[in-house]
Design a protein around this ligand. Structure first.
Ligand SMILES: Nc1ncnc2c1ncn2[C@@H]1O[C@H](COP(=O)(O)OP(=O)(O)O)[C@@H](O)[C@H]1O
Ligand SMILES: [Mg+2]
Length: 389
């Protein structure tokens, strides 16, 4: 060692060798650690780059620090550095910016993870639906350092779902057309058989088979009503459209609805609002309303009240049919309206399918809200504002 007077102390040679060796092994360890870190970084980078999801890391002020290749693709560019330094919020559609800012703020505050859907602006400002899973990265001393957001483009999912819906509609139209063709070929002989059964039922010698005749006639009537409902779905042209008021159609139907309700010990309340005329096929709309009303009545215990409402809404007119039944099980929601799907012993499973067919032909949309207190079916009619002068 060199002493305070700058004189080298011979006796410390052993110590010197030991120090050199120690330094060498420390340097080797540092090299190894650095290599390890480089390897780890390579692994993380390749994970980042090969991820099928877009990944964006932004600082606590929402400024983008890093983005992977897929993120660049989502924003319609090949250059991922294009995103670095920009504010991540600016890439959301204006309506979603405040919500995104709030969500990110909450994550920074609570350290929670959030998955939410937003619309972002892709290249050329085309909006795109994404699901973003955001979580917090903590820095030294546990301070929030950055947010890592994994974006998944879900606009493709939606169009795939739409495609499935359209495909099923196509199939249904085809089946409907075939049914329309053979419908009356089946119905005519059925009418003959029903008539003859009625005659036989009245004959003296057949009296003790009365019960069987009733069953046969009831079954024929059920088959007949299936065909009638099915044929309504099969009509795909909006025939006989007339400018008329939905309230008038409901009033025409009211006595029939009340008859059905009273018969089963239930009541109906009608609340008609001020609504403009619409271009409607009266017969079809009657069938739509009646099917919804019948379902509502069937869903309730005696004493239940069904409420039918009409009102003007932005861009159109709404009709709602609200019951006090037990609601629809969540797992059945997607199934109802599929032709022949029924949970009723004597159901045809065609009522809602008819409603959807009628609504589609009128450019209307049917929605449903359901819970343990009851179900509301909502029909939204568009009003293009081109009524008769
Ligand atoms: N208001 C309602 N409340 C509860 N369930 C309903 C309601 N409307 C429809 N559903 C369900 O949807 C199914 C299909 O209805 P629908 O197509 O009219 O055929 P159906 O009435 O012949 O069964 C019903 O069997 C029932 O399970
Ligand atoms: Mg029904």
């Amino acid at each position: 060692m060199i002493n305070r007077d700058g004189v080298y102390n011979q006796g410390d040679q052993g110590e010197l060798v030991r120090l050199v060796k120690e330094t060498e092994s420390l340097l080797a360890l540092e090299r190894e650690v650095n290599e390890q870190l480089r390897d780890n970084e390579k692994i993380y980078r390749s994970l980042l780059e090969t991820s099928p999801d877009a990944i964006i890391i932004s600082d606590i002020n929402d400024r983008i620090i890093m983005a992977n290749h897929q993120a660049a693709v989502i924003y319609g560019t090949e250059n991922k550095d294009f995103l670095v330094g920009k504010n991540s919020i600016d890439f959301f559609v204006p309506e979603d910016r405040e919500r995104a800012r709030k969500d990110f703020g909450m994550i920074l505050q609570n350290g929670s993870t959030k998955i939410a859907r937003y619309s972002i602006l892709k290249a050329e400002s085309t909006p795109c639906q994404v699901e973003i899973n955001t979580s917090l990265i903590l820095g030294r001393r546990g301070r929030p350092k950055a947010l890592v957001s994994i974006y998944r483009d879900i606009s493709g999912h939606m169009s795939a779902q739409k495609e499935r819906e359209l495909a099923s509609l196509d199939r249904f139209n085809l089946v409907g057309q075939v049914a329309a063709g053979i419908g009356h070929e089946i119905r005519n002989p059925m009418t003959t058989v029903r008539g003859l059964l009625q005659v036989l039922k009245g004959k003296k010698g057949c009296r003790h088979f009365m019960e069987y005749y009733d069953i046969m006639i009831a079954e024929l009537d059920r088959a007949n009503s299936i065909i009638t409902e099915f044929l309504t779905v099969a009509v795909s042209k909006p025939a006989d459209l007339k400018w008329t008021n939905l309230n008038n159609i409901i009033r025409l139907l009211y006595p029939r609805m009340i008859g059905e309700a009273v018969h089963s010990g239930k009541s109906i309340t009608l609340i008609t609002g001020q609504i403009p005329d619409l271009e409607l096929n009266e017969k079809e709309i009657m069938q739509l309303i009646f099917n919804l009303v019948r379902n509502g009545l069937e869903a309730m215990e005696p004493g239940g009240e069904l409420t039918i409402r009409t009102y003007s809404e932005r861009g159109g007119v709404a009709l709602t049919v609200k019951d006090q039944g037990k609601g629809i099980e969540p797992e059945l929601i997607d199934k109802i309206g599929t032709p022949f799907f029924t949970t009723k012993e004597m159901g045809t499973g065609l009522g809602l399918a008819v409603c959807h067919g009628v609504a589609a032909r009128h450019g209307a949309v049917i929605g449903v809200e359901t819970g343990s207190a009851g179900t509301t079916f909502l029909v939204h009619f568009k009003n293009e504002g081109t009524g008769p002068c």
